[in-house]
Design a protein around this ligand. Structure first.
Ligand code: NAD
Length: 260
């Protein structure tokens, strides 16, 4: 039997068919989940309506996670269709362009720091808090992070700080929600060419470097990340919480670039 049969999963962050969230939606749907989606801004309504239809869903909600009102409204509206939530996928990240280019200190600003942390980190526990009345024992929350949280990756800069904060929130949320039987995990994905990633200066070089030096000698795919996500959202991962799982072809485990 499909391992997410009948599970109700809310997926944020589908912006294109290259979005990591799109790959997660494909894997979750394949494993039998019922899906709902969020998007940001009216101009994307048609696009998300079409994506949702691909997954046999009409449940779509406009939610800019920079707004507490919109986060609260999302779960109030979702609650009219679903009486509980089995899974929440947080696949959201944003930092102003100058915060993810060039020298870290040159691009550093209070405003850039605030925006990156607000949208990319605070939003995850904020959504968990708003979702609380809909969570049940065995519900699972999942977010997406990147190696730049723990190592210096060129140009990732302020986003690295925000991802470090996001990873810490995975652990604190796991402790806070664990007694209720709710699990919280993160996936640290290798680089994938998405719209958000294209905003990071020199991203093409990172893709090439990882493909050359990761133990698997390739970049990971939406399918790789989608499959791992579906597993972590499922009861098969019932004993796993507070964990960052690397889906990166092993890149984070090797010292790359030293030639023989
Ligand atoms: P993407 O551009 O397809 O998705 C980013 C999403 O963030 C979009 O759907 C966008 O609408 C959403 N978003 C931005 N600001 C928002 C806001 N204020 N409110 C609500 N949503 C907002 O890119 P992606 O690479 O699929 O990114 C998804 C997640 O994966 C991000 O957290 C990203 O940091 C993470 N990630 C990406 C990579 C990569 O190489 N692509 C690697 C590791 C982790």
């Amino acid at each position: 039997m499909a391992f997410l049969q009948g599970k109700k999963i809310l997926i944020t962050g589908v912006l294109s068919n290259r979005s990591i969230a799109y790959g997660i939606a494909q894997a979750c749907k394949r494993e039998g989940a019922e899906l709902a989606f969020t998007y940001v801004g009216d101009r994307f309504l048609d696009r998300i309506t079409k994506f949702a239809a691909e997954f046999d869903s009409t449940l779509i909600f406009n939610c800019d996670v920079g707004s507490d009102e919109q986060i609260n409204a999302l779960f109030a509206d979702l609650g009219k269709s679903w009486d509980h939530l089995d899974g929440l996928v947080h696949a959201i990240g944003f930092a102003p362009a100058e915060s993810i280019a060039g020298d870290f200190l040159e691009g550093l600003s209070r405003e850039g720091f605030k925006i990156a942390h607000d949208i990319s980190s605070y939003s995850f526990p904020a959504m968990a808090k708003a979702a609380l009345p809909m969570l049940r024992p065995s519900s699972a929350l999942l977010t997406l992070t990147y190696l730049g949280a723990e190592r210096v990756v060129p140009n990732y800069n302020t986003m690295g700080l925000a991802k470090a904060s996001l990873e810490a929130s995975v652990r604190y949320l796991a402790e806070s929600l664990g007694p209720k039987g709710v699990r919280v995990n993160g996936i640290s994905a290798g680089p994938i060419k998405t719209l958000a990633a294209s905003g990071i200066k020199g991203f093409g070089k990172i893709l090439g470097f990882v493909a050359d030096h990761a133990p698997l000698r390739r970049n990971v795919t939406l399918e790789d990340v989608g499959n791992a996500s579906a597993f972590l959202l499922s009861d098969l991962a019932g004993g796993i919480t507070g964990e960052i799982t690397y889906v990166d072809g092993g890149f984070s485990k090797v010292v790359g670039g030293i030639s023989e």
